[in-house]
Ligand binder design. Structure first.
Ligand SMILES: Nc1ncnc2c1ncn2[C@@H]1O[C@H](COP(=O)(O)OP(=O)(O)OP(=O)(O)O)[C@@H](O)[C@H]1O
Length: 357
């Protein structure tokens, strides 16, 4: 996906002025409240007309003040998921889901209803009304409805803000997997660095209506968090062998991960792993005392003081390891390579729900 946006919009003293071209399937817009994020996505979706400028999506002109083009929202084929679920209260889950699908021209209908329902785990909810669903269930329905409209782009404007911490980190895998499985690129809007790291590869940063930076989500987190790099891993399924040896076992990538503690204090959710707690191996080691061995792909290397940081993709998780430059050379670490990361069961810390993440 390629978005080119050179547009202006003023509300009294506030002016949003954009001038960027960005490519990628997992893009982020990051900025504090009032920086203009929602104004930007509303202009992209066709819900708000820019005062002037031009907006192109994959080369197609969505808006041009010079050429007097302004495609209606339904002509743009851009779906949105908001913080508020905006579901139709008088319709069942099934009919909410089918709303966008029915309005989508047959030639664009490529998403299989049953398949999507299965991915989003909505089968048992189909006949229910939407008013008494939980916040997470409502957000899954809203996501399903957006996907079934068969959009060419999905805009997600702070879709997790209304959910509490444990719930929002449970929704993230759904947001990512539907986009990947059904091949729909997205633009994810948030003021949370953790959400950016989990959802976006490339991020545009906005301040006071201006784009001030374009960076990878990892670079952004390193620059702004101002502490040793940490990684994140989302563990959702306690496996049958939980509470073994005072450990908790979670299903992970066809195997399991062991965490210290009982399942009373290690509930499902997002866990943090410090870069200092990860040891890298070039090959799968025979036997180690650390309880967890994760196969990862090296995303990149960066300088971290006198050490090297190694960005790792591990399933849906993003980890960072800190090693000395000599070890990086010996391990021949390079982007795209496969490496094994070991970490102790005691190294996982459940992410604190302090609202700042
Ligand atoms: N329809 C409108 N009329 C007047 N001012 C508006 C309108 N929409 C947005 N604004 C103003 O434009 C500025 C940017 O708002 P916008 O909602 O785009 O920011 P944001 O980064 O999305 O913030 P938040 O994270 O709080 O949603 C704010 O000062 C807001 O008050």
């Amino acid at each position: 996906m390629r978005i080119s946006m050179k547009a202006e919009k003023s509300f009294g003293a506030f002016t949003l002025s954009t001038d960027f071209v960005v490519s990628g399937d997992r893009l982020g817009i990051f900025g504090v409240s009032g920086s203009g994020k929602s104004t930007l996505v509303s202009m992209l979706a066709g819900l708000l007309e820019p005062d002037s400028g031009e907006i192109l999506l994959d080369g197609d002109c969505l808006f041009s003040s010079a050429k007097r083009v302004n495609l209606r929202p339904e002509q743009r084929r851009i779906a949105m998921v908001f913080q508020q679920h905006c579901l139709f209260p008088h319709l069942s889950v099934k009919n909410n889901l089918l709303y966008g699908f029915k309005r989508c021209p047959a030639k664009h209908r490529t998403i299989d209803f049953d398949n999507l329902v299965e991915v989003l785990k909505l089968k048992d909810l189909l006949s229910r009304g939407v008013t008494n669903l939980s916040g997470g269930e409502k957000q899954r329905v809203a996501l399903g409805r957006a996907i079934l409209a068969n959009p060419r782009l999905l805009l997600m404007d702070e879709p997790l803000s209304a959910l509490d911490d444990s719930l929002r980190f449970q929704i993230i895998p759904y947001l990512k997997s539907v986009s990947e499985l059904f091949g729909i690129p997205y633009l994810f809007i948030s003021h949370s660095l953790v959400e950016m790291r989990l959802m976006a590869d490339s991020v545009l940063v906005f301040e006071n209506g201006r784009m001030v930076e374009q960076a990878s989500s990892e670079q952004l987190a390193r620059d702004r968090m101002g502490k040793s790099p940490v990684g994140y891993i989302n563990l959702l399924e306690l496996s049958a062998m939980s509470e073994r040896d005072g450990m908790c076992a979670y299903r992970w990538q066809g195997g399991e991960l062991l965490l210290s503690g009982s399942n009373r204090d290690t509930v499902n959710g997002l866990f943090e792993l410090s870069s200092k707690d990860i040891i890298l191996f070039k090959k799968h080691p025979e036997a180690i005392s650390a309880r967890n061995l994760l196969q990862c792909t090296v995303v990149g290397l960066f300088e971290s003081g006198s050490k090297m940081g190694v960005e790792l993709q591990c399933g849906e998780g993003k980890l960072v390891a800190e090693i000395v430059p000599e070890a990086a050379r010996e391990l021949q670490i390079a982007a795209g390579g496969v490496i094994h990361a070991a970490c102790k069961a005691s190294a996982f810390r459940r992410l604190a729900g302090n609202g700042k993440v």
